[in-house]
Design a binder for this molecule. Structure first.
Ligand SMILES: [Zn+2]
Length: 415
């Protein structure tokens, strides 16, 4: 992807990074890596399944309070929100890390050491993001940095899967707190910026019928067989569409279930579908393919039946993430690219599906960046996080945040 020539933040960055309070914050980040790893383990070992984030959220709120962040509280949906107030109260930058994981309740989240790596489900995505957010808050407080505008620190709920971005959707509701710019810290890495939001639509399709004995009631319309037809037609048409020219478009049948026993015509069968694209038109076309496949598959199965009632199919939309973009020329993106280059990193622009989808779709400048270190096996039970130069990502995020909200004369300057 084309990276625009950077706006000239070079001089501003030189001055900023040379300040004694900023240097002090950097020293703090370097000196506290052992504590940061202890927090990483603690946060990871508190389960945070979708819709079950509250224990981890409470603990994260406690950590922010310990760091002297003001006004730390949980909002109506369970987001943790704290504020580092600046002298002017504006602009407001939201720094957001999601609290939830993809793993269901009951998953073993005990952290194991594997050489230098920390291994446990969710350790990188997104315990590391939470730790990066915490380090930024601690460093600002420890170095007594006086901000111009405010930094809103948010531990968001419901970023993953069925959470459907409900935390950030609520945060950015009408009448919610003022937010002028939005940075999500998600997972590891320090050399990428997500500026394009991949949109997605998800369905749970349930097919129901009378059900009965496989021998005695043979001839009933069969929900499992109908569902198989739906999936077949969907896979066939969606595949053909996905490989055509244009923005990337993908589809997936992720879960499938139903039935009573091997010798029963099921009364119910269900499956979950996921379709994605960063292009809203391509997304809408895949959506039409899905609905057409449902109609065709169910209709064919109904027409084959020799007895009993017709099947009914009810596709329930269980997720919708809007597509969107923060164009590279946006000052927020240019600041981030400048800071990364300043630290010797050559950044790349990415697309993804994160908390930043919501602000992007609302026209609020928003990106997602990494929390440092490197992750392997994200979203798997074998997930590990390795501390490789992770402090660079935190320092860079701090610099970007300071450029966003401005920094005042410090009491440390001139000492
Ligand atoms: Zn994540």
């Amino acid at each position: 992807m084309l990276l625009m020539a950077p706006l000239s933040f070079g001089a501003e960055l030189e001055t900023l990074a040379a300040r004694s309070d900023v240097q002090e914050a950097f020293r703090y980040i370097d000196a506290t890596s052992d504590e940061a790893e202890a927090r990483l383990i603690e946060l990871t070992e508190i389960p945070a399944p979708p819709f079950g984030e509250s224990n981890r959220a409470q603990y994260f709120a406690y950590l922010l309070r310990e760091a002297d962040v003001d006004e730390v509280s949980l909002d109506e949906v369970g987001n943790v929100i704290g504020r580092i107030s600046g002298d002017h109260g504006e602009p407001v930058l939201a720094l957001v890390a999601h609290v939830d994981t993809v793993f269901p309740a009951g998953t073993d989240v005990k952290v194991r050491r594997d050489g230098e790596r920390y291994c446990a489900p969710g350790v990188g995505d997104n315990s590391r993001g939470l730790v990066a957010l915490l380090l930024i808050a601690q460093a600002i407080e420890a170095a007594d940095i006086r901000l111009g505008g405010d930094i809103l620190l948010v531990g968001s709920v419901g970023e993953e899967g069925i959470g459907d971005l409900r935390g950030v959707r609520h945060l950015l509701r009408e009448g919610g707190p003022r937010i002028d710019e939005f940075i999500a810290i998600d997972g590891g890495g320090s050399a990428w910026v997500t500026t394009q939001a991949v949109g997605s639509i998800r369905y749970r399709l349930k097919v129901t019928g009378p059900g009965g004995h496989s021998y005695g009631a043979f001839g009933l319309a069969n929900p499992a067989q109908a569902l198989s037809r739906v999936i077949f037609y969907f896979d066939q048409s969606a595949h053909e569409f996905a490989v055509t020219e244009g923005a990337k478009a993908t589809y997936n049948v992720g879960r499938i279930g139903g039935g009573t026993s091997v010798n029963s015509v099921p009364f119910e069968a269900w499956a979950e579908f996921d379709i994605r694209s960063a292009d809203p038109d391509r997304l809408a076309q895949l959506d039409r393919i899905f609905h057409a496949s449902v109609e065709r598959g169910i209709d064919e199965q109904n027409r084959r039946r020799a007895r009993g009632e017709a099947l009914t199919a009810s596709p329930q939309r269980v997720g919708h993430r809007p597509a969107g973009e923060t164009v590279p020329a946006t000052p927020l993106v240019q600041r981030i690219l400048s800071v990364m280059r300043y630290s010797g990193i050559e950044p790349s622009l990415r697309e993804g599906s994160t908390d930043a989808n919501i602000p992007m779709s609302l026209g609020i400048p928003a990106v997602t960046i990494g929390g440092g270190g490197s992750i392997t096996g994200a979203h798997s039970l074998k997930e590990c996080w390795l501390d490789r130069d992770s402090e660079i990502a935190v320092k860079n995020a701090l610099l970007v945040a300071l450029m966003s909200v401005g920094i005042e004369e410090s009491s440390l300057i001139g000492l």
